[in-house]
Design a protein around this ligand. Structure first.
Ligand code: PMP
Length: 400
C-alpha cells in the first residue's frame, strides 16, 4: 500500500453546514458584552428584574425537592408528572382545557422552538413569522433550513390580508406568533385579529405556533383568549416560567396537538433525554407552595410602574416626529425615529453616554426598518429609567 508523499498538504476539513452559516448572531447578546460596565444603563436586554426573584421561595422549593433522591435520577422525556399537572391546571383555569398528557416539559421555551422545528420542518420548507419577530426564533428556524417569510404590520395591527395571501402563495408549515406583548414590539393581537388568524389557519390548512412567555405579565386591559382556544387542532402552544419565576430555572413547555405528540417526545429524547429533574421537581414544589402568586403580584406592580415611568419620559426623550406604542404588558416598548434617522447610528452615540437600546433592524426577517428600536423597561427602578432616558434624550439633543 502506498502512502501520500510527506510534502502533500493535508486534505481540507469538510466545511460547516450551510444552515449553520445562515443564522445571524444575536445583537442583543453582542450588546450585553458592551453594556456590562456598571455605569451603563441598558434598555437593550430583555432581562427580568433580579431583585424581584423569589429567592427564599425557590430555595425552599429546591430543599423540598431534594427530600426525594429520585429527583437526581434520569427521568421520562415528557417531564415530571406533578409539574405537568400543575401547568395543565393553570391552562384549564385560564379557559383552555388541558391535561398533563398534552404537555412536554422543555429546557426553556427556546428548546421548544427547536423541537417544533425538528418535528415539523424539512430544509426548504416555508414558514410565516410576524415582521418583526423574536430574534432567537429566527435563528432556530434558519438552523432548521426553513424559508422564513415575514407577515407585515399595518401600524400596530398584523396585516391579516397579507397573512392569507402569503399562506395561499407559500403553503407554509406553520405561522409563528407571539400574540401577547410580543418580543420585540410589545404588540398584542386583539380579539378580532385572533379570530381572523385562527380562521385563516383553518381555511388554508397551516399550523400556528403560539409562543406565550409574556401572557401573564399584564398590567392593564383584559386577558384575551389564546389562539389554541379558537383553533384547537391547529395550534401548538409554548409556555415558560422565565418571565414569571426566573429564567435561570430553564423550565418551559410545549402544549402539543395529539397528532405530533409522540414525534415531539422523540425529538426531546434525542435533544437531551429530559429537562433537569431537580429543576422540574423544584418548579413543581414552588407551584404548589402558593408562593408564586404573591411573587408574581410584586413583579406586576413593579413592572407596571416601570412601564409608566418609561412612557411618561419618552415624549421628552425621543426626537420630534418619533412614534411609539403603549403596551398593556410584557417588557418592551417599540419606537420609530423620524424619517431620515437611523437607530444603529444613534446607538453608537448613545453608548458614548453610557446608555443602550437595541436597534430594531435585526428583528426583521426581510427588509429591515432602520428607524425602529426596542426599549426594555423591566430591569431598572423608575428613577434609573428616567436617568437612562435623559441620557438617551441628550443623544438627540434632548429630544429636539
Ligand atoms: N420566546 C420569546 C418570544 C422570548 O422572548 C423568549 C425569551 N426572551 C423565549 C421564547 C425563550 O425563553 P426561555 O427559553 O427562557 O423560556
Amino acid at each position: 500500500m502506498s502512502t501520500a508523499p510527506s510534502s502533500t498538504a493535508p486534505p481540507r476539513l469538510p466545511s460547516r453546514s450551510q444552515r449553520s452559516g445562515s443564522a445571524k448572531t444575536s445583537p442583543v447578546r453582542d450588546l450585553l458584552a458592551l453594556t456590562e460596565r456598571p455605569e451603563v444603563i441598558s434598555f437593550a436586554g430583555g432581562l427580568p428584574a433580579p431583585e424581584l426573584f423569589d429567592v427564599e421561595g425557590i430555595r425552599a422549593a429546591f430543599d423540598a425537592a431534594l427530600d426525594s433522591p429520585g429527583v437526581l435520577q434520569y427521568s421520562t422525556s415528557e417531564g415530571d408528572p406533578k409539574l405537568r399537572e400543575e401547568v395543565a391546571r393553570r391552562y384549564t383555569a385560564d379557559g383552555l382545557p388541558t391535561t398533563a398528557s398534552d404537555l412536554i416539559i422543555t429546557t426553556g421555551s427556546q428548546q421548544a422552538l427547536g423541537l417544533i422545528s425538528t418535528t415539523l420542518l424539512d430544509p426548504g420548507d416555508t414558514i410565516l413569522v410576524e415582521e418583526p419577530c423574536y430574534l432567537a426564533a429566527l435563528q432556530t428556524f434558519a438552523l432548521a433550513g426553513a424559508r422564513v417569510v415575514g407577515v407585515p404590520y399595518v401600524g400596530d395591527d398584523l396585516d391579516l390580508e397579507a397573512l392569507e395571501r402569503l399562506a395561499v402563495e407559500h403553503h407554509p408549515k406553520f405561522f409563528y406568533t407571539v400574540p401577547t406583548f410580543q418580543n420585540p414590539t410589545g404588540r398584542t393581537h386583539d380579539l378580532e385579529a385572533r379570530r381572523a388568524i385562527a380562521a385563516i389557519a383553518q381555511r388554508r390548512g397551516f399550523r400556528i405556533v403560539e409562543d406565550e412567555p409574556y401572557r401573564q405579565l399584564r398590567y392593564s386591559g383584559d386577558a384575551l383568549p389564546s389562539l389554541a382556544e379558537l383553533a384547537p387542532d391547529h395550534v401548538i402552544g409554548l409556555g415558560s416560567f422565565s418571565k414569571v419565576i426566573a429564567p435561570g430555572l430553564r423550565i418551559g413547555w410545549i402544549r402539543t396537538t395529539a397528532d405530533i405528540h409522540s414525534s415531539v417526545t422523540i425529538a426531546k429524547q434525542a435533544a437531551d433525554l429530559h429537562t433537569s429533574t431537580i429543576d422540574q421537581a423544584a418548579a413543581a414544589h414552588y407551584l404548589v407552595s402558593g408562593r408564586g402568586e404573591p411573587a408574581l403580584a410584586r413583579i406586576l406592580a413593579a413592572y407596571a410602574a416601570r412601564r409608566d415611568a418609561m412612557l411618561q419620559a419618552l415624549p421628552s426623550t425621543l426626537p420630534d416626529g418619533s412614534t411609539w406604542n403603549r403596551p398593556d404588558g410584557g417588557m418592551f416598548v417599540w419606537a420609530r425615529l423620524p424619517e431620515g434617522m437611523d437607530a444603529t447610528s444613534s446607538l453608537a452615540s448613545a453608548l458614548t453616554r453610557d446608555v443602550a437600546f437595541v436597534p430594531g433592524s435585526s428583528f426583521f426577517s426581510g427588509r429591515p426598518d432602520a428607524r425602529t428600536l426596542r426599549l426594555s423597561f423591566t430591569t431598572y427602578s423608575p428613577a434609573r429609567i428616567r436617568e437612562g432616558l435623559s441620557r438617551l434624550g441628550a443623544t438627540w439633543g434632548a429630544g429636539r
